[in-house]
Design a protein around this ligand. Structure first.
Ligand SMILES: C[S@@+](CC[C@H](N)C(=O)[O-])C[C@H]1O[C@@H](n2cnc3c(N)ncnc32)[C@H](O)[C@@H]1O
Length: 345
């Protein structure tokens, strides 16, 4: 039975399900979930992420992590953790750049937090030669050493609930079945301007609290990069991507990547109330330029003049305001008193 058939049967029996439950099944159902079965990252797949666009992205984060380790007092034992490492490209670039800081590399245990079995296999291949450990959840990591956490496009996979304002009331927007037997949002709306929708992600605050438990005591920092908002706002941001195209989130359950914009102010506020400090929320373009991406691009182009046009296009994609530069935001949650590189005023 396909995931769609199982969903419609379950909804017929017990009524509409929350958007969060729908997202969780579409992404992680053991038999049909997108990440559990056949995630397709890359140009020939469903979507491309910053580390897949250019090695510069992971390299700069590797140097960022090494600098954080220095600012933590160069502890002889530390953990370098990536959440949702995809095909392992970013960690490979991080570790290559970190070779410039051999003491940092020698101090670090490398951990990958990943639920997807097929992606764990790809990560293992990409990181051959390194000693890598996996955990299914951040909460499974030990908290007895300083930790530096990197996460690109991880938070956008966390399930959201949606509230919709219709006919003068707020109601939960859920996934039901329409008269034709197709999956459909309920309550339905006809307003052409679009309804007012408020999104809430319980797992976002939980993630912040787990990070606080890990880096509050033993010290450390967590860098989150994702597409999302830097001020509170309304709007339906649930989206499905398949073959690099946006499609209706209910059309191909389990066959498309499902994401929602990350509510960065809520993440930062939850971290602060759990005892961490949060930096300002920066735009990706600004953050990468503060880390020196233009100089890195120029150095790569000098080394490979035959690729300089391509490198220029990659740079543009990562930092231009009308590409990823403004849409993607960056925040660092860190132990009190630490100053996070790239966020200094
Ligand atoms: C959009 S991909 C991003 C991949 C990679 N960070 C990159 O930038 O190319 C999302 C990643 O998060 C993982 N993931 C999604 N939900 C997760 C969860 N609840 N726990 C751990 N990993 C998760 C996916 O399996 C995948 O590796």
């Amino acid at each position: 039975m396909s995931l769609r058939d199982r969903l419609t049967a379950a909804i017929a029996l017990s009524g509409p399900i929350s958007v969060a439950h729908y997202m969780t099944l579409c992404l992680h159902d053991p038999d049909d979930g997108y990440y559990a079965t056949a995630p397709r990252l890359g140009e020939t797949g469903d979507f491309v992420t910053a580390p897949l666009i250019s090695q510069m992205f992971g390299e700069l984060l590797g140097l960022w992590a090494a600098e954080v380790w220095e600012r933590l007092g160069a502890p002889p034992r530390a953990r370098l953790v990536e959440l949702g490492p995809g095909d392992g490209t970013m960690m490979r670039d991080v570790l290559r750049a970190a070779k410039a800081a051999p003491a940092f590399l020698a101090a670090c245990e490398i951990w990958l937090v990943e639920t997807s079995a097929p992606l764990r296999t790809r990560q293992g291949a990409a990181l051959e030669g390194y000693c890598v450990r996996w955990a299914a959840s951040l909460a499974d990591l030990p908290a007895d050493a300083p930790m530096i956490i990197l996460a690109n496009e991880f938070l956008d996979c966390l399930p959201i609930t949606q509230m919709i304002f219709v006919e003068g009331w707020w109601a939960e927007r859920r996934v039901g079945v329409d008269a034709k037997g197709d999956l459909a949002f309920v309550p339905a709306y006809e307003d052409e301007a679009g309804p007012m929708i408020h999104e809430h992600c319980v797992a976002l605050a939980e993630t912040a609290r787990t990070v606080a438990g890990l880096i509050g005591a033993a010290r450390g920092a967590a860098l989150f990069i994702d597409y999302g908002r830097d001020t509170p706002g309304y709007g339906d941001t649930l989206q499905a991507l398949r073959g690099h195209r946006n499609e209706h989130p209910l059309h191909h359950p389990g066959a498309a990547d499902l994401t929602a914009h990350v509510d960065f102010p809520t993440l930062a506020a939850a971290a602060e109330s759990a005892g961490l400090e949060a930096t300002a929320i920066l735009k990706q373009g600004d953050f990468l330029q503060r880390l020196g991406i233009k100089a890195r691009a120029a150095a790569l182009a000098r080394a490979r003049p035959d690729k300089s046009d391509q490198i220029g296009r990659q740079l543009e994609r990562l930092i231009a305001a009308d590409k990823m530069g403004d849409l993607f935001k960056v925040v660092c949650l860190h132990a009190p008193g630490l100053s996070a590189p790239g966020f200094e005023p």
